[in-house]
Design a protein around this ligand. Sequence first.
Ligand SMILES: [Zn+2]
Length: 140
Amino acid sequence: MEHHGGCHCGNLWLRLRLTRQPADNPTRSCLCSFCRAHATRTVSDPMGRAEIGARDWSGVERYRFSTGTADFLLCKTCGVYIGAVCETANGTRMVTNVNSLADRAAFPPASSQPDHDNESTAARIARRAANWTPAVLLAV
Ligand SMILES: [Zn+2]
């Protein structure tokens, strides 16, 4: 099933294809301080696909912190956080902030609150390679 979303002002958008129905996707509220500040609820599907686009990529913040291995995509105009992308051995992978999707209400509340603070960088990237959604960033 395909889902559409993006930031509030419309500069940053995404299309997300998931193999399960929305209600059957477990969602997570990560315990890191970034996710707590944004009250994120995230989803990923290694068999799905994400396409991310922007009218103007110069208006997109690729925020990095901690291990610096993922770009947290935020709109510079409206501040919405749509998800993070990471380069892995399996290509570009994304975790999506469900709350930035138009049909966010169809997804369940977060069923887990993972704490990845003590994970090594190698283990972190391997986890993303296995669990996050294959993603494409579109140039236009
Ligand atoms: Zn925006």
